[in-house]
Design a protein around this ligand. Structure first.
Ligand code: PGA
Length: 259
């Protein structure tokens, strides 16, 4: 079976206690079917990270939702790579649509964070995606290529093997979002894969490209069976341990019968 990436970003919803009980339940509910091919990850709020790491005992990968590019300094309110390293985090989400659109993060901020994450040996989960307007103007492919080329500027081929990419069309994310049709998502993900092949020839095959944006138990299977989709990055539909576990089980059964 090929490697499958299934994870969730908890955004700004769960307290420490809620995060820990969610993770414990998720561990229990997935214990019977977790397997080495499954990369399962959860990205809680910063404040819950140490307790989250302790709660999963290595069985679920825990990531951070953001990170400063500097190791230390006059950056009030920021969290440095050293701090995340010290609590055993190895996955850093960078450039989520909400960071870009609500906090003004640019591709060059994303780039600084990606380079810092790689310097510290983290796996950067780099999120990209076109807006509704980009889609309407027919510039989705250009926008994705631009975000990749700027966000990954200066990354070496060797470092590129550490990257994970999430394709999350802005119009598909969150309450009011419309899930991308599987064929549309596949075409966009194909553009991403082609761009990665141009940027990192020989290493691109090792970079997983996940889809995110209104994934749920009804559309997860049809998205996951698209050839250019290596995993799913889920929001709302994964915030109850039971529903996330059910999606994971469904996808594993599907993949096992196909690959
Ligand atoms: P959603 O969130 O599944 O609730 O649309 C996806 C995301 O923001 O990554």
């Amino acid at each position: 079976m090929k490697r499958i990436y299934l994870g969730t970003n908890l955004k700004m919803y769960k307290t420490n206690r809620e995060t820990v009980s969610y993770l414990k339940e998720l561990r229990e509910k997935t214990a019977a079917f977790r397997r080495p091919e499954l990369e399962m990850f959860v990205i809680p709020s910063f404040t819950a990270l140490p307790e989250a790491v302790a709660a999963v005992e290595g069985e679920i990968k825990i990531g951070a939702q953001n990170m400063c590019w500097e190791d230390a300094g006059e950056y009030t309110g920021e969290i440095s790579p050293r701090m995340l390293k010290a609590i055993g985090i190895d996955l850093i989400e960078i450039g989520h649509s909400e960071r870009r659109h609500k906090f003004g993060e640019t591709d060059s901020d994303v780039n600084r964070k990606v380079l810092a994450a790689l310097r510290h040996g983290f796996t950067p989960l780099v999120c990209i995606g076109e807006t509704e307007a980009d889609k309407a103007y027919g510039v989705t492919a250009e926008r994705l290529r631009e975000q990749l080329k700027l966000g990954l500027y200066g990354v070496t081929g060797e470092q590129a093997r550490q990257l994970w990419i999430a394709y999350e069309p802005v119009w598909a994310i969150g309450v009011g979002g419309k899930p991308a049709a599987p064929e549309y998502a596949n075409r966009a993900q194909q553009v991403i894969k082609e761009t990665l092949a141009e940027l990192f020839p020989g290493c691109d095959q090792e970079i997983p490209v996940l889809y995110g944006g209104s994934v749920n138990s009804q559309n997860a299977a049809s998205l996951m069976t698209q050839p250019a989709i290596d995993g799913l990055f889920i929001g709302r539909a994964a915030w109850e341990a039971e529903s996330f576990a059910a999606i994971i089980k469904q996808i594993l059964e599907l993949c096992e019968s196909r690959w």
